[in-house]
Design a binder for this molecule. Sequence first.
Ligand SMILES: *Cc1c(COP(=O)(O)O)cnc(C)c1O
Length: 370
Amino acid sequence: MTAVSENIPVVDLKSINDTHREAINSAIQRVIDSGWFILGKEVTRFEENFARFSGNQYCSSVANGTDALEIALRALDIKPGDEVLSVSHTAVATISAIERVGAIPVFVDIEPKTRGMDPVKLEKSISSKTKCIIPVHIYGQPCEIEEICNIAKKHGIPVIEDCAQSHGAMFKDKIVGTFGEIAAYSFYPTKNLGALGDGGAITTNSKELFDKASLLKQYGWRERYISEIVGLNTRLDEIQAAILSEKLPFLKEENSTRLKIAQKFINSIKSDKIKTPYLFKDRTHVMHLFVVEAEDREDFRSYMHSKGVQTALHYPAPVHTQPAYLNRIKAPQGMQETEKLYKHLVSLPMFPTLTSDQIEKVSNVLKGYN
Ligand SMILES: *Cc1c(COP(=O)(O)O)cnc(C)c1O
């Protein structure tokens, strides 16, 4: 051993996909040999399997998670000028999808434990123009989805759950994505279920919404070349579907490995200058990202980097502070918690194929910070 130690990355996609190497290679070959690349039996098989996993009856796959949100909004008939309540502490995709259907995003502040939508501020933000609510299960932590859906129901407003970071997370004994009318998923390579390219899906228990989504994703076709409604083109391809079908059976186990690693990291953090992710007794966090809050972020990050542990920021700036959105999106209840939080967030290494040596090293480095 030399004094120069290996740098531990925040995510290592090569090592994750290496564990599925044979299966991925033969899946790709299978599709090539079939000579069928768009909307064939691999997509159908994956949609059936993913519907089962998601706890909803129906799944319609699309090209990416942003499109899944857009298709969900269109299936719910959200129109230009309608207001959609969501959060600023999210991937910009959530807000991008809202504006792509011509709707107006309105921000609701977060609550600190889940780092997701604050239900109390949500109810105060609802107006006669509110036509949809999109909460996000950020980092793999279920948000206050039960309360959010109760409020939504009381006001007759549909909910789209943004599950792009929360495949398989549980709220009490119910999987997230089954609380609202529709759930939107992403299979971007870094997500807990990741393709080797882009991918996404919506899941729902409504036959009507599923049918509408299925038309929307391919030019509004029910019958080939005949557009019944105005649609777009957003399809998961056969190769990605085949790869995802191979990886899906391992998702539950990979999620629980992530959580075990996170628990070890949490136990290693001794400093009261670091706040760890909140673990609810009755919910299952799937640790898409392991994000702590550091009192002095610069100090903590440079310490970690000096010890060979990489860190990242998810996200360096909440949506409402980014140039494209600055000063033009309403937040009727303010953004105090969102603004307080983001300056302290630090993402640490988190992926299911972290080796025991890597886990040990990160733990020891964390123990040394105070
Ligand atoms: C990744 C992500 C999306 C969008 O997914 P893409 O597949 O990249 O379009 C949407 N919402 C959240 C919270 C995400 O993390």
